[in-house]
Write a protein that binds this ligand. Structure first.
Ligand code: UDP
Length: 312
């Protein structure tokens, strides 16, 4: 049994991660300032002996009394519309928040687990993306606040590992979807499902030929635990390599929701990556991890979640 601190513990990924840790008998301290996290994601754990919640901004200060075995740093706005609206907070949580989380891990002799992102590859010129690729990021573009904060997070995590001997993990997370995404999250899967269920136009940015590779949340969380339980300290991609154009995703969502919605086309956001697909050979060979849930099945669960949320 481990006692695990999750920053961003009320967020989409942080809350699912907390559930998975509790299910295997670990204890969880979830910390979140509820800027993009939601109490409804964690309230089912409020009566659980092994669960506690602290409302705090980890960019300012982070301390947890008692033993801590693992610190998992998941706090950050993670949707492009969120980090465009909160650029400074995004930079702070990726820099000061990561520093504070590393400090807690050092003080407790804990393992530190950094939630990084495929955005470190920027608009990638190498396809699919291997962990060795250094990326193609515009540091001063609108997405730079997220991309560079996460790149800094990786750099400082490696520095604590090599300089202080801290036990660390770095996961590069690719586009993940599933229940507990916010209906107004702004990301493509939640936008398209909510639009289709409400009979509104599906908003394709650009011509819809850009690609993403979508991972169902259960697969992603299983990958996090496999990485945590391993001794792999270098950055590791966790994502489903099945690649779709955004136009294909729109078509599939309309079909699966039996929606009468049509498509409307809008400007492509600045620096929107044209393609993204993980190379997962490393996760497969070192962690024995592969995704199990394909897009249609994952969308079924996600559509059911949004249908019930919108009806409530
Ligand atoms: N996108 C879109 N319509 C939407 C939301 C997003 O066409 O309503 C596009 C967006 O421009 C990008 C892709 O879908 O090319 C994925 O966007 P998302 O915000 O989900 O994640 P990203 O991978 O860009 O961080």
């Amino acid at each position: 049994m481990a006692r695990v601190v999750i920053t961003g513990g009320a967020g989409f990924l942080g809350s699912h991660l907390g559930d998975a840790l509790l299910a295997r008998g670990d204890h969880v301290v979830a910390i979140d300032n509820l800027v993009t996290g939601e109490t409804r994601n964690i309230e089912h754990n409020f009566g659980h002996d092994g669960f506690s919640f602290v409302n705090a901004d980890v960019s300012n200060y982070l301390w947890v009394p008692g033993d801590v075995d693992v610190v998992m740093h998941f706090a950050s706005p993670a949707s492009p519309i969120d980090y465009l609206e909160m650029p400074i907070q995004t930079l702070k949580v990726g820099s000061l928040g990561t520093h504070n989380s590393l400090g807690l891990a050092m003080a407790k002799g804990a393992t530190f687990f950094m939630a990084s992102t495929s955005e470190v590859y920027g608009d990638p010129l190498v396809h699919p993306q291997t962990e060795e690729y250094w990326g193609n990021v515009n540091p001063v573009g609108p997405r730079g606040v997220y991309d560079e904060a996460k790149r800094f997070s990786e750099a400082i995590t490696m520095a604590y590992h090599t300089h202080h001997g801290l036990d660390t993990r770095i996961v590069r997370i690719f586009n993940t979807y599933g229940p507990r995404m916010r209906p107004n999250d702004g990301r493509v899967v939640s936008n398209f499902i909510v639009q289709a269920l409400q009979g509104h136009d599906l908003t394709i940015y650009g011509d819809g030929s850009q690609t993403r590779s979508f991972t169902y949340v259960d697969d992603e969380i299983r990958g996090f635990l496999a990485l945590l339980d391993s001794d792999v300290t270098s950055p590791t991609n966790i994502g489903n390599p099945n690649e779709f154009t955004i136009a294909q995703l729109a078509e599939l969502v309309v079909e699966m929701t039996n929606s009468g919605s049509t498509i409307s086309y809008h400007d492509l956001p600045v620096d929107d990556p044209t393609q993204r697909k993980p190379d997962i050979a490393k996760a497969q060979s070192l962690l024995g991890w592969s995704p199990n849930v394909q897009l249609r099945e994952g969308l079924e669960h996600t559509i059911a979640y949004f249908a019930s949320l919108l009806a409530s």
